[in-house]
Ligand binder design. Structure first.
Ligand code: C5P
Length: 400
């Protein structure tokens, strides 16, 4: 997907710099040309020789090096790039780029380039949360820079929080998605996704529901739209903004979601079931508000149809079908079992036993399985994860 794309990898001085060798190899594997610029501090974490070996190009680290300038000067380098990826992007380099300071080769090349800019912030969580850093990132975003990450989790300094550089594979997927979106590779693809909770009515004012926020499904919908797809979003009641350009069908109950899904799925190339659908609904829905009377109350419930299984069972116009699974143990075994049972092409498993991820959280991690392969998408915010997942779904969908 990255054939002949020129990627300038700009490495600043954070511990995550050691992952740049892996990042470069994975980008090159996909056909990209990679050139590397480094700050002086970056060289304390990974050597220019390593980066030269993996990128197969000389590494530039000095603005005033006559030999390097004679080979490929900094202005040439700035013009060569189709994308500049600053990874890791330290608080310091983010501040300098935002301020337009050009006091080393890396910041000079960025200032001299009109190439799209992506930054993968990596720093201590408190430095990331600092107002100065947040203002710098907000300002760069306003100017069109892409911010990839940071991931949440344990940091080299022992702190826990946001500030980890996304894993190399995730940056590769975001890069692929960027170029895919740029070329409109998803133009013409229709994707239908279910998201959020269902509400199963008991009477006109009460219902049975769950804590699904819809954030994961909405993030996937937004990522697919960014990549050029036409997106039908079938949504239960949520309290988050609708992605622009999504064609939304609002539903309450599982039966309504089922009807909408089975009408839209045959017109779609890809169907993703991200909704938290109630397995059962009350048999009787009272016309009037149920009055308080006895000390106990029994509600008889009946099984809801399995929406994703019914889509996967379509014999005509069956879309590439992706399900989700929330598991608390033996994630791989149960997820794969669900994939076979429901006849899915792919399943994305959440480990809901881990804190801070999954239901209602802003971050999530997914173990993704398909017929013949698997990939782990590490803990990151749901927006980034949505992009990585869309890139993964597309890489598999095209092979079917
Ligand atoms: O069987 P389980 O509920 O764990 O399966 C989860 C997957 O199935 C999710 O993709 C969910 O959206 C989908 N599902 C569905 N209809 C149901 C129940 C679950 O589409 N009635």
């Amino acid at each position: 997907m990255l054939t002949n794309q020129n990627i300038l990898l700009a490495i600043s001085g954070g511990i995550a710099a050691y992952k740049c060798a892996e990042l470069t190899r994975r980008l090159k594997e996909r056909g990209a040309n990679v050139r590397v610029v480094m700050t002086h501090a970056a060289k304390a974490f990974i050597t220019p020789l390593t980066m030269q070996a993996v990128s197969a190009n000389p590494v530039c680290d000095d603005l005033l090096d006559p030999a390097a300038e004679a080979a490929m000067g900094h202005i040439e380098l700035a013009k060569w790039a189709d994308l500049i990826l600053v990874a890791p992007a330290t608080a310091d380099v983010i501040a300098r780029i935002n301020a337009g300071i050009a006091n080393d080769l890396l910041t000079t090349v960025i200032l001299a380039s009109d190439a799209p800019l992506a930054l993968a912030p990596a720093m201590n969580q408190q430095m990331y949360r600092a107002q100065a850093t947040q203002d710098n990132i907000a300002n760069l975003t306003k100017r069109g820079a892409k911010i990839w990450g940071p991931a949440q989790g344990e940091q080299a300094c022992g702190d826990v929080g946001p500030g980890r550089m996304p894993e190399p594979m995730e940056l590769v997927q975001l890069t692929e998605l960027y170029f895919a979106a740029d070329k409109g590779i998803l133009d013409g693809i229709t994707l239908t996704i279910t998201a959020g909770p269902t509400r199963e009515a008991l009477d006109p004012v009460r219902f049975i529901s769950n804590h699904s926020s819809g954030k994961m499904g909405y993030a996937i919908a937004a990522a697919a739209i960014d990549a050029g797809a036409s997106v039908n979003l079938i949504s239960g009641k949520v309290a988050i903004p609708t992605p622009q350009k999504a064609i939304v069908t609002n539903v309450d109950s599982a039966l309504e979601m089922h009807a909408a899904a089975l009408s839209l799925a045959p017109k779609s190339d890809i169907f993703i079931a991200c909704a938290a659908v109630a397995d059962y609904r009350p048999v009787d829905v009272a016309d009037q508000k149920i009055k308080k009377s006895a000390d106990t109350m029994t509600i008889t419930m009946t099984k809801n149809p399995d929406i994703v299984a019914d889509v996967a069972a379509l014999t005509e116009d069956r879309p590439y079908t992706v399900g989700f699974a929330a598991e608390t143990q033996d994630v791989e075994k149960y997820a794969k079992g669900k994939m076979q049972r429901k006849n899915l092409d792919m399943i994305c498993a959440n480990d809901v036993s881990k804190g801070g991820q999954g239901f209602n959280a802003d971050a999530n991690a997914l173990s993704v399985f398909w017929q013949g392969g698997s990939e782990m998408l590490p803990l990151t915010d749901k927006k980034q994860l949505g992009k990585a997942l869309i890139a993964l779904i597309l890489s598999q969908f095209k092979r079917v």
